[in-house]
Design a protein around this ligand. Sequence first.
Ligand code: GTP
Ligand code: SPV
Ligand code: MN
Length: 584
Amino acid sequence: MASKLEALEHWVNEVAALTRPARIHWCDGSDAEYQALVQQMLQTGTLIELNQQTHPGCYLHRSNPSDVARVEHLTFVCHPDEQDAGPNNHWMAPAEAHAKIDALFDGCMVGRTMYVIPYCMGPIDSPLARCGVEITDSPYVVANMRIMTRMGAAAQARIEREGTFIKGLHSTGELDPERRFIMHFPAELSIKSYGSGYGGNALLGKKCHALRIASHQARSEGWLAEHMLIVGIENPQGETHYIAAAFPSACGKTNLSMLIPPEGYLRDGWKVWTIGDDICWMRPGADGRLYAINPEAGFFGVAPGTSGSTNHNALTSISHDTIFTNVAVTADNQPWWEGLPGTPAIDWQGRPFDPANGPAAHPNSRFTVSAKQCPTWSEMAEAAQGVPISAIVFGGRRPSLLPLVMEARDWTHGVLMGAAMGSETTAAATGTVGVLRRDSMAMKPFCGYHYGDYFAHWLSFDQPGAKLPKVFHVNWFRKGANGKFLWPGFGDNLRVLEWMINRVEDRVDGVETPIGILPGDGELKVDGLRLDPAQLDALLDVDNAGWQAELAAIGEYLQTFVPHLPERLREEQQRVARALDAAD
Ligand code: GTP
Ligand code: SPV
Ligand code: MN
């Protein structure tokens, strides 16, 4: 009988014939392989050694200055049916896309090594996990994939058993922005990425596979592939609730997933357990609850703003065996970014630091680190069946209007809250920063199919026997008249999570408003916080006129997904709009 690896071998040969590498290396995922790659990259200058006394096993990579973030305008979903991709994606016909990108791949690996990376997204023995193989000519990608996924022999063995895998082909090419494409072929279960070596453009297991292709598969198979962190909150009684939260890129997922409880909470015995910081795959279990896994094995986290006071757990995680990308360095060769003490000597481009050149670290500079290095990493991240989700949280950067927290009255209202999400753009993608845009479920750059169908898929989980999580919306970023954030954020966000858990457990009532249920008087624990009562009022204020305008804008936005927009969502938007009018 032909080996199930035959399909893989056949594809590798096909790619080699097109790209013509000098040699082919099949990655086994071993420590020795990783060390050899690091040594090779140190020799070629792809990696720079950082201070090994203070940061053992830590290295710096400086990417091409034109290649520092995801490129949404060059990212395509190439489904045979243009309608399937929806207005939320750039679309190209598959034949045209293949022709365009294969012309770039033609001979692109001459003189280079072609790496074959078998990987598994999710615990290797999990029925929710899925495998893929990335072919790349970038040793930096191999090293990052080793940290970010379960990569190597075990994944290859699962592929050999199952015979199915996502095909991802990547080359850094010439790093020419004019010769750069990130293409997805959901009907062929394949990805082709050319001309970028950066994060979500190049580590194909992450956004390309685990979100764009996986969301497509999830729709037809009855599960959800989401841009969400997963965190466990253990109360002093030892009960743990798992929460999944979708915030757009650079809006606080990594921070919330490993938060450190405020002092009083620590004293009382609250604990935080990190399952994932970016991606969540979930499906209904036999008991009707949603069960979630983190398909990743590492964190590709935003460096700037990460400090001992904001995210001590991240700082501890990245004190050793970490790859830094586009950060600055100090005079004694330690990694540095805005928010850390000390001063930068060399900026992210390798120039002596000069404030006239902008920030020392690139605003989208990142660290790549194994999740196991996080002090709050949970063994449950390896659980094959995943963890049961008690609450789903949506949120974004909203300087005004959106309250600190609100709860959806039911699943349909929750789906509307997710669909209506808006956030100011960040440095995680190229383009203008700080403009408000709709980013439904934080999936605007990542949903691999029509948003209208995606909303319908979300609604479809509301079935007899389903024990769905409660849905909430948060906003850590509301500003006061002085332009400063009203809410301290970070560790203190646990106060908001506690209120959610109290709602899940039916221990507090909340207050009904037209936009949802808000914390009632005294329900949000703010003791020990320097927050004057007016500030708390401002955080929880519901501005009726502002919300009427918001609902009208949401209505217009939803209209862009007609005829795929589910009628139930349209009716829900109208229900909330009417409730606001009645309260006027
Ligand atoms: P991606 O990896 O791009 O998906 O981002 P993310 O959602 O994981 O965002 P991350 O946690 O890395 O936070 C991004 C930025 O927001 C950092 O500079 C943080 O310091 C800042 N941030 C995170 N949480 C809070 C918060 O509660 N309040 C405030 N004011 N800033 C926050
Ligand atoms: C994001 O932009 O949401 C990230 C970074 O998590 S990247 O891997 O580049 O997508
Ligand atoms: Mn992300």
